[in-house]
Write a protein that binds this ligand. Structure first.
Ligand code: ADP
Ligand code: ZN
Length: 804
């Protein structure tokens, strides 16, 4: 009987979610499994394309002659049954292709073309060792394919005698270390010690250590460093058959140079206890319940996560935890590594491709039972999941803004359903969508209304900057803020200052004619970058020199507008020369590990002030901070986006949360030109519930989420007419099938209509119930393949984070 593999192929100009049937040749029979990647001939000329095997069957409905799988790309499945299924469903909700979803799930190391080798990792039969490996320890993938060795290698892989390794050029390969291990029993070692007498003290040290190791292995480096046993002695010991050597793969652990202090669980306070109970119940009973853990900043949410995870580990299960961008919160890594040690795999953007791959493998081999990472970690190959946690669930970074446009929350809930386990969504300022779902009892609401130590939330003072200007203070620091900063410095307390970059940029303008330097490729002005002393386009990356003379009127009065953190730092030095400032923004944190260094310097009180952009608002837990200042609270409010108020409220709440977390009382200064705005006033009162009520009212009036669902369709083309024509066509084709209460906004050109010389048109669909809409749009996409191959782009984004 023949076996047939169903394969999702990767043909960029002819994407489809329908698998193609391929013959499995006899030599590969029973070796090819779902989740493996293969190369298959496709179309005329039978060029080879990549694909994922999704199923093995015995029969095919295909009438013609089936082609056979040409080559393998993996020795084992890289996606398990769960992820294969997830990719299939995700393709539907995200208007993307299954192949794109599968590629997204894999670490970059497996996606790109890296050099692949098959390595011998255990003793293989001698004849095979010479026949296949020509007496060497490794073989390149290409050679193995050319010589037709794959079927035999697959069999060796099944017995775990060989493995596949990837290497990136110019990058460290998988690191190995030399290990020793003794097979002798305690008594046998004792006899050897007695036999030695007093002549060989070093050898008896070694024997004693081997005894205490109880047949466990140890690295030669450790033997030398910890017990002073040299390589020569180890070799001699090998000759005497006391021990044997072997190589062990070493993971490139990015935190290897750090010591993590072991932390013990806190005794929970009553409210924490009350919140934890229902979660524990769901963990123990494997219930797929979604909890919304709404706790003010400093209420001890992290401790609840930690204790929940400890419980899942106790049950022999794993845990998956997402944070907005882990590199931003080294403190979070510390608390996890401190509690669970080596059981934690951390996936964050600061890792190299090789390091990420190492962490991924640790997870795949189930050596790491706790995974902490940013958005894409939701696809970590974790088995037997006992809980999934999303911290700061309201963060926009959980939504990917390119294909596949998935939201990590949706994937988390899907996976929790699959594993039948709870999800915890944690935040001090839940998204309106989540809060509304909790109101409807779709999610279970758990609240932590107080800080752990019953400390009050900090007092927030709002400063009207219009008044400052009137009284002649033209600086970015109000008089009140200046005074408070001086006061804290005198008391040796610490300060965080936030420059809100949202909706805000620095540009140059001619004072005579008002000319603003535009990007030649996009309909947007260039932003001034003081660090590189250039003008840059934030959309296409175009870069040019800062003009000295106005290109429009040849005048000499070109001036800077807007303020960067660097300029603020200079201003701060002028006003308060004694202040020691650490600046944290994209420029000072570009280098790997810079974040962590700056934060630990601040933690060690090497500075009085931590000045930064949004990245300092999250997760910092320093006991000595007693003042938080927001220099410009309202710059984001002007954005034409219905979430502008929500984002401002969230940001202000986050920043306030940094002050007064420990013994010392905290205080917050919020500077704004819009002191009456409800986002600012309610953030001042720490009143999330009132904000929620007010905002829900406005969303209801405006027919926005969570009352309506939204889909954003975008077309783009290098010719404006093509983009607008297609958009028009799409709208005309779907409009007749929509219900009367559904709202179509568009087609219109996008706010920035031209980016990198492509023109963009958009339409927003707001709907309550449209059972056939997804299907229609999917069909539209697949019908447009031909045009898309010729340069048209169509993006369909369900529940987009940005509308401009
Ligand atoms: P959140 O994440 O809600 O902002 P954290 O989890 O960072 O708050 O908790 C604030 C501080 O309180 C942390 O330093 C944490 O170690 C400490 N903490 C948490 N729970 C307890 C507890 N039950 N007893 C004492 N300290 C606690
Ligand atoms: Zn540009």
């Amino acid at each position: 009987m023949v076996s047939i593999a169903k394969v999702i192929v990767d043909v960029p100009t002819m994407q489809t979610n329908k698998p193609y049937d391929y013959l499995i040749l006899a030599e590969f029979d029973e070796q090819i499994m779902p989740g493996m990647r293969v190369e298959v001939p496709f179309g005329q000329g039978a060029r080879k394309v990549q694909g994922f095997v999704v199923e093995i069957t015995q029969a095919s409905n295909f009438k013609g002659e089936l082609k056979a799988i040409a080559n393998l790309m993996d020795l084992t499945a890289v996606l398990d049954e769960e992820l294969l299924l997830l990719g299939r469903e995700m393709a539907r909700w995200t208007f993307s292709f299954q192949i794109t979803c599968y590629q997204t799930m894999l670490p970059a190391m497996l996606r790109a073309k890296y050099e692949k080798k098959i390595k011998v990792i255990d003793e293989i039969p001698e004849n095979l060792f010479f026949e296949l490996f020509k007496g060497r320890n490794e073989l390149t993938w290409d050679e193995a394919t050319e010589r037709g060795l794959m079927p035999q290698l697959l069999k060796l892989k099944k017995k775990e005698l060989v493995e596949l390794s990837y290497s990136v050029k110019n990058q460290a390969k998988t690191k190995k270390r030399r290990m020793i291990q003794s097979d002798l029993s305690f008594e046998q070692l004792e006899e050897e010690i007695i036999g030695l007498g007093k002549r060989a003290p070093k050898q008896s040290v070694l024997l004693r250590q081997l005894q205490s190791l109880n047949n466990e292995s140890i690295s030669t480096t450790d033997m030398n460093k910890k017990y002073g046993v040299s390589a020569a002695i180890l070799r001699e010991a090998e000759n005497k058959k006391w021990l044997s050597f072997f190589e062990e793969e070493m993971y490139r652990d990015p935190f290897k140079h750090k010591e993590f202090k072991k932390t013990e669980p806190f005794v929970l306070n009553d409210t924490q206890e009350k919140a934890l109970q229902p979660i524990m119940k769901a963990v123990k009973q494997h219930e797929k319940e979604v909890f919304l853990l709404k706790g003010v900043t400093g209420s001890g949410k992290t401790e609840i996560y930690l204790q929940t995870i400890a419980e899942t580990l106790k049950n022999g299960q794993s845990a998956l935890m997402l944070v907005p961008e882990i590199a931003l919160t080294p403190q979070m890594v510390h608390s996890f590594k401190g509690r669970f040690g080596g059981a934690v795999a951390v996936l964050h953007s600061g890792l190299s491709i090789g390091e990420k791959y190492d962490e991924w493998r640790k997870i795949e081999r189930q050596e790491a039972k706790v995974v902490v990472g940013a958005r894409s970690s939701i696809f970590a190959p974790v088995k037997n999941i006992g809980v999934i946690i999303i911290d700061e669930e309201h963060e926009g970074t959980y939504k990917q803004d390119e294909n596949p446009r998935y939201h990590a929350k949706d994937v988390a809930i899907w996976r929790a359903d699959y594993h039948s386990c709870p999800v915890i969504l944690g935040s001090a300022t839940p998204s309106l969508e989540s809060r509304a779902r909790a109101y409807k009892k779709v999610y279970t609401l758990l609240e932590l209304p107080e800080r752990v130590n019953k400390k009050d939330l900090p007092v927030v003072e709002v400063i009207d900057m219009r008044e400052e200007v009137k009284t002649g203070n033209r600086s970015n620091f109000s008089i009140v803020l200046q005074e408070k900063i001086r006061d804290r410095i005198a008391k040796k307390e610490q300060i965080v200052l936030l420059l809100n970059r949202r909706g805000y940029s620095s540009f140059v303008m001619c004072r005579d004619c008002g000319f603003v330097l535009p990007c030649p490729n996009c309909d947007i002005s260039l932003t001034l970058h003081m660090d590189t002393k250039t003008m840059k386009c934030h959309y296409c990356g175009h870069e040019e020199a800062i003009p000295r003379i106005c290109p429009s009127c040849n005048g000499h009065k070109i001036r800077y507008y807007g303020t960067g953190t660097q300029k603020i730092e200079e201003e701060l030095h002028d006003i308060i020369p004694e202040a020691r400032v650490i600046r944290m923004d994209v420029d000072t944190t570009r280098k790997k590990g810079a974040h962590e260094k700056l934060l630990s310097a601040f933690g060690n009180k090497e500075a009085d002030i931590l000045l930064g952009t949004q990245m300092i608002a999250k997760g910092l837990d320093f006991p000595n901070i007693t003042l938080a200042g927001v220099l410009n609270a309202d710059t984001g409010l002007g954005l034409p986006d219905f979430r502008a108020s929500e984002r401002t409220f969230q940001l202000l709440t986050q920043v306030s949360g940094r002050a007064g977390r420990a013994e010392l009382k905290g205080e917050v200064i919020v500077q704004t030109f819009n002191p009456e705005h409800y986002s600012i006033q309610l953030a001042q009162k720490h009143d999330y519930d009132a904000f929620y009520q007010k905002e829900m009212l406005l969303r209801h009036r405006g027919n926005y989420p969570p009352f309506f669902f939204t889909i954003l369709i975008t077309t783009s083309h290098t010719e404006e007419l093509q983009a607008s024509k297609k958009m028009q066509e799409i709208v005309e084709s779907i409009r007749p099938n929509l219900r009367p209460e559904t709202i179509l906004l568009g087609p219109t050109p996008k706010a920035v209509a031209r980016v990198n010389n492509r023109y963009y048109y958009q339409t927003i669909i707001k709907y309550k119930h449209e059972p056939t809409l997804f299907k229609q749009l999917q069909e539209l996409l697949s019908q447009s393949q031909k045009e898309m191959a010729k340069g048209l782009q169509i993006a369909i984004d369900s529940e987009p984070m940005h509308f401009i």
